[in-house]
Design a binder for this molecule. Structure first.
Ligand SMILES: C[S@@+](CC[C@H](N)C(=O)[O-])C[C@H]1O[C@@H](n2cnc3c(N)ncnc32)[C@H](O)[C@@H]1O
Length: 210
């Protein structure tokens, strides 16, 4: 897995230059709605170029991590330009340096499509989130429509090779596998591919959906 992690990291270092220009997956208003639930000490996993940083409620104290130096560099530039007080750290989501139960809210947007071992990353999310904390994930997933799902499987090697992102991840299932308790899974938009997943670390409940 260490090798795959290095490969994906390199792909994001390469993609960083174009990322803001080519990213059209989530609008700022969708991001802002999801982030409106964040409070207290917030960890954003896979902060990327920092697209969410200016959209958090002012009550939040934000720490962002990413394993790509180049994505982080852009997030740091953005934070400086916008005069935002955030902590941005180079760190692998699969092996975080934080103590258990550190954060009130853990956020990710379009990240668990890329984390090489998503279940391990989500287990880390569970570990660093306080037991009464909240996990907010805005993630695209494999379509539940069998034909579209198959097309996504077919195209996946291309997106993985070009950008580092899998378009056919079963992220809700991965949240279940990590032992995180799902509170709500909502479709964002009509495609049923983008999901808003609200969860908490404790009180594991398996939810069968995509
Ligand atoms: C598709 S981008 C999303 C960036 C940002 N969250 C957004 O919404 O624009 C995925 C991000 O996750 C980061 N990432 C993927 N796997 C990671 C890992 N294991 N640890 C830390 N960051 C990771 C990538 O470097 C990249 O910045």
């Amino acid at each position: 897995m260490d090798n795959i992690t290095e490969v994906i990291k390199r792909r994001y270092n390469r993609t960083a230059m174009f990322y803001d220009w080519m990213d059209f997956m989530i609008s700022d208003s969708v991001r802002k709605d999801a982030l409106s639930m964040a409070k207290g000490k917030v960890l954003e996993v896979g902060v990327g170029t920092g697209k969410n940083l200016s959209l958090y409620p002012s009550r939040c104290k934000i720490t962002g991590i990413d394993f790509s130096k180049e994505m982080l560099k852009r997030a740091r530039d953005k934070a400086k330009k916008l005069n935002l007080s955030v902590e941005l750290l180079e760190m692998d989501a699969q092996k975080m340096d934080f103590d258990d139960n550190t954060f009130d809210t853990v956020v990710s947007t379009c990240v668990f499509c890329s984390v090489p071992d998503p279940v391990k990353g989500l287990e880390e999310v569970k570990r660093v989130c306080k037991p009464n904390g909240q996990i907010i994930l805005l993630e695209h997933v494999r379509s539940a429509n069998p034909a579209i799902g198959k097309v996504m499987d077919f195209l996946n090697p291309i997106t993985l090779k070009m950008v580092g992102s899998n378009i056919n991840r079963e992220t809700v299932g991965n949240v279940n596998k990590a032992g995180i308790s799902l509170k709500e899974v909502a479709d964002v938009g009509k495609t049923k591919i983008l999901k808003l997943i609200i969860a908490e670390p404790e009180g594991f409940k398996e939810q069968k959906c995509h």
